[in-house]
Write a protein that binds this ligand. Structure first.
Ligand code: XMP
Length: 539
């Protein structure tokens, strides 16, 4: 997000305004699973937000949460400097569930004792439920769970009793039902805890009484109202027509954001799609048709020549990324200027980006691997107000909203595609011919992956055009032609990825179709590297 914008007044994760939804606050004590807890609660159709562990109680209380969940974390509660919540949380009257480190915080904060545990537990375990109500209502007495802890409770606070045990601890789960305080030593958010979803449901819905009304339909209704009110208020105050601009990339985020805004402000929304020539086959045309059918005004700027000229002779990956990113902004600005006075800019910022900027302080310290160009990363010096209708949503929720809005599956379920497009999948110089070659090969990959029913189970699947040429034989003749690589990965979030174990016959069909149908290619290889140490894209 660029600093020059008049940023949206909302803070990270605040409950969507105008929406009559119940919410659950998850405090993040640094567990790798914190975000997953928030997602799991959302999967129960209850809005949840992840906040930094030291959020003052008055800020939490101002959100009127139905419950608070304390995440796990790598620290020990008795260590100096370990993260602790605002102590006012213990007397706030809101039901609390402590998970792992969160349980230890609760035990310590309410007068119990936590010690280093001589029998550390990591991995799968079976807990025996000793009290079949509360968190375990309706569940079997023996529960497979996922443990990961080195500390344990030695003495419970007054009012608490044990509700489940394992061979190594009598306090696998504890409860003080009177105060609606619950703690579990295991992780209900990971799939290895078989009844994790039911346990969270028992807490959030049955114990805390949260209504399950966080649905795509409700989200759309409240978001559309909110955007309309905001734009109308601005128009009234300024005597302008309140135009809204949106850059459409072809990806699901910008498509869903634009459609929501269109529902709210109709023709006042103008979408611009910069066709930099690095899109996949037919992608620009599909986008244009889909939005025309929805009645959305889309200006397609054909800037193919312009981008190609800038990329002439360039082979360095970072230089390519910079050129495309900068040129994109220039073209977009030129279009914006032509459209006259525009008050708002729509961006497809998602909740994970919001969490990232609110809770992560080590981002700056992380080594830069690649410069990302996102279509959202727009001009710094134009004073737009931002409309970010997806800032509360996880990616799967964006897809659900897109489907509800009537966007075609081809758009809603589309695999991620990088901003610089095919340019970073052509190793070496990007030329019109090489783009054509890659576009055809890529089309075949996607076609075969879809035909095999694998499109949604792999995270990304695509072709790379390498600068390598090799000798082959076709008919009776020698060839000396291009090498195309195929990359298909599985992933949860693109931070790590594994190469997809595609069936040999699918790989075989992809290979033989590419060498037969794409002129200038005589050899196909499959990339079997995971991330790390490789990245998903080659550049
Ligand atoms: P890497 O190659 O770093 O990619 O493993 C991780 C994910 O990010 C996508 N990607 C980008 N997305 N603009 C984007 O919007 C970019 O510049 C960009 N570069 C990589 C990549 O496709 C993968 O999903």
């Amino acid at each position: 997000m660029s600093d020059g914008h008049e940023a949206d007044a909302k803070t990270a994760g605040e409950v969507p305004r105008g929406a009559d939804v119940d919410s659950v606050v998850v405090l993040d004590f640094g567990s790798q699973y914190s975000r997953l807890i928030a997602r799991r609660v959302r999967e129960l159709n209850v809005y949840s937000e992840l906040l930094p562990f030291d959020t003052p109680w008055r800020e939490i209380a101002a959100r009127k949460p139905k419950a608070v969940i304390l995440s796990g974390g790598p620290a020990s509660v008795y260590e100096d400097g370990s993260p602790h919540p605002d102590p006012a949380i213990w007397t706030g009257g809101v039901p609390i569930l402590g998970i792992c480190y969160g349980l230890h915080l609760m035990a310590e904060g309410l007068g119990g004792e936590v010690v280093s545990f001589e029998r550390k537990e990591f991995g799968p375990a079976i807990v025996s439920v000793t009290s079949g109500d509360g968190l375990f209502a309706g569940l079997e007495p023996e529960q497979p769970v996922w443990m990961s802890h080195g500390d344990s409770i030695r003495r419970l606070p007054d009012g608490f009793g044990s509700t489940a045990r394992t061979d190594s601890t009598p306090y696998a789960a504890v409860a003080d039902p009177g105060r609606r305080m619950y703690g579990i030593q295991f992780h209900p958010e990971v799939v290895h805890t078989k009844s994790g979803r039911d346990i969270l449901r028992n807490f959030v819905v049955e114990i805390a009484g949260a209504r399950q009304n966080w649905t795509a339909v409700n989200f759309i209704a409240s978001t559309v109202d909110e955007i309309r009110n905001r734009v109308d208020a601005h128009s009234l105050a300024t005597g302008t027509d309140g135009k809204v601009l949106c850059a459409l990339s072809g990806g699901v985020d910008s498509a869903v954001a634009a459609t929501l805004v269109h529902r709210a402000v109709g023709d006042r929304l103008i979408c611009v799609h910069v066709d930099h020539g690095m899109m996949r086959k037919n992608e620009t045309e599909l986008l244009q048709t889909a939005f025309e059918q929805l009645g959305v005004r889309v200006i397609v700027v054909n800037a193919r020549e312009r981008f190609l000229r800038k990329l002439e002779g360039v082979t360095d990956p970072e230089q390519k990324r910079h050129i495309i990113g900068n040129e994109f902004i220039r073209v977009f600005e030129e279009e914006a200027v032509k459209l006259g006075q525009i008050a708002f800019l729509t961006q497809g910022t998602l909740y994970p980006d919001v969490i990232e900027s609110a809770t992560s302080s080590n981002e700056k310290a992380a080594a830069k691997i690649k410069t990302h160009h996102n279509v959202g990363g727009l001009p710094d010096d134009i004073a737009f107000q931002l409309i970010e209708p997806l800032r509360y949503l996880f990616k799967d929720e964006v897809r659900a909203v897109g489907t509800e809005l009537g966007l075609p599956d081809s758009m809603v379920q589309r695999q991620p595609f990088p901003g610089p497009g095919l340019a970073i999948r052509i190793i070496g110089e990007v030329t019109a011919d090489r783009l054509d070659t890659l576009r055809e090969a890529d089309w075949i990959v996607i076609d075969e992956i879809k035909a095999a029913g694998l499109y949604r189970s792999v995270w990304q699947s695509f072709a790379i055009l390498t600068p390598v040429r090799s000798v082959g034989v076709m008919g009776d003749g020698r060839t000396y032609a291009n090498l195309v690589a195929i990359r298909a990965v599985t992933s949860e979030d693109a931070m790590t990825a594994d190469w997809a174990k595609l069936p040999y016959d699918v790989l075989g069909r992809i290979s033989s179709r590419i060498v037969n149908e794409v002129p200038g290619v005589n050899r196909v290889v499959y990339d079997i590297s995971s991330k790390p140490p490789a990245t998903i894209e080659w550049e």
